[in-house]
Every structure is written in C-alpha cells, then in structure tokens.
Design a protein around this ligand. Structure first.
Ligand code: FNR
Length: 189
C-alpha cells in the first residue's frame, strides 16, 4: 500500500485548495496499485511552543507526526495569505519538523500546489513552501508548477476540477509524486 497524506493550507469549508486536493485524491483513486489517502488538517494543532513540546507532545500533534512519518508522500495545496503561507500551515510544518534531528518530514517526498480566486494562483508561496520543507528535511517533488488562478470560477461539478488543462497539471503532480515513492516499481520488485 502506498499512502499519501493530503494537507490543505486553508481551513475554509469551501476552500479551493481543499477542492484541488479532492481532485488529486480522485486522480489517485483511478491509478493502478494499492493507494490510500489521508487528509491532514492544520486545524486543531496547538500553536507550536517549545515549552509545550518539552512537557510531552499534545495528542493531535503526535497523531499528525505519526501519520506523516508512516506516509510514502505528502501533497500540500495552499492559498497565499498576504504573499505567504497561512499561519496554520506553517505551524503544522513546524510541529512536523520536530523533534530536532527526527523530523517526520525527513526524506519524505512532498509535492506542492497553490490555488486562489485571484489571477496569480498564489504562486509566490511556492518558493517559500519549498524552502521551509527542505529545511525540515523533506524532498520537494519536482513536477512543474501548479498555481491555479481564478480557482473559484473554474471549479467544476461535485467540487472537482475537470478542465483538461487543470487535470493534466494535477496528473503530472500525481505522476511525479508516485514516482518519488517508487509506487508500482516497488510493488513489482
Ligand atoms: C487572502 N487572499 C489572497 N489571495 C492572493 O492571491 N494573494 C494574497 O496575498 C492574498 N492574501 C490574503 C490574505 C488573507 C488574510 C486572506 C484571508 C485571504 C485571498 C485568498 O486567496 C482567498 O481567500 C482564497 O479563497 C483562499 O483559499 P481557499 O480558502 O479558497 O483555499
């Protein structure tokens, strides 16, 4: 079983980034081989505090760290908040990077996308996300950039993106992510 964790940087109910990840999940479900997906939301994680950490990692944080530690890859989709990733996502990545020297993200393939109702699709967040992920030990998956602009207007039926240009880009993201995990190659070995 290849396990992929999907993380939305937005906590909003009708989030376009959550919709992008729902589309990624639908694409993964159509791929051959045994693939499981899990959603990880930054909501519910306390603000990172080394004093809290020193007293014992809170249960929701321990669960998030375990989920990512045992996953084969992670896919993140995030909006831009004032040209940066939302605080909740940064908080989640900080927790996942702990404890020092044993980051849950070490060696973990992580693919990123951004989406926004605006024209730029939040693309400016991607270099920042990559820098933080690499600092936390992750392997950023190179799939060409997915930065979905006008994302609210382009949403298709059932909360999925169906435009060929969008699904082709997300297919590329999924291909590169699965390749980074050795999915199928590993299963066939
Ligand atoms: C935004 N938004 C935004 N959009 C953008 O393209 N560039 C930006 O810098 C910002 N800045 C920003 C700051 C804050 C505090 C908020 C709340 C919003 C708009 C943002 O892209 C929009 O709310 C998206 O819909 C958020 O993504 P979800 O929630 O739909 O996934």
């Amino acid at each position: 079983m290849t396990t992929i964790v999907l993380v939305s940087g937005s906590l909003r109910r009708n989030s376009v980034n959550a919709a992008l990840l729902t589309t990624v999940r639908a694409i993964l479900e159509r791929r051959p081989g045994d693939i499981g997906t899990h959603l990880l939301t930054p909501a519910g994680l306390p603000l990172f505090d080394e004093d809290v950490e020193a007293q014992g990692v809170p249960a929701p944080v321990a669960a998030a760290q375990e989920l990512v530690r045992h996953a084969d890859a992670v896919v993140i989709s995030s909006p831009s908040y004032n040209g940066s990733m939302p605080g909740g996502l940064k908080n989640a990545l900080d927790w996942l990077s702990r404890p020092w020297g044993a980051s849950a993200l070490t060696g973990k393939p992580v693919a990123t996308a951004t989406a926004s109702p605006g024209k730029g699709g939040g693309a400016e967040v991607q270099p920042e996300l990559h820098r933080v992920l690499e600092r936390a030990g992750a392997l950023v998956v190179d799939h060409g950039r997915v930065a979905l602009g006008n994302a609210a207007a382009r949403l298709g039926p059932r909360g999925l993106y169906t435009e060929p240009a969008v699904t082709a880009a997300l297919d590329g993201l999924v291909d590169a992510t699965l390749a980074a995990t050795g999915h199928l190659t590993r299963g066939a070995a």
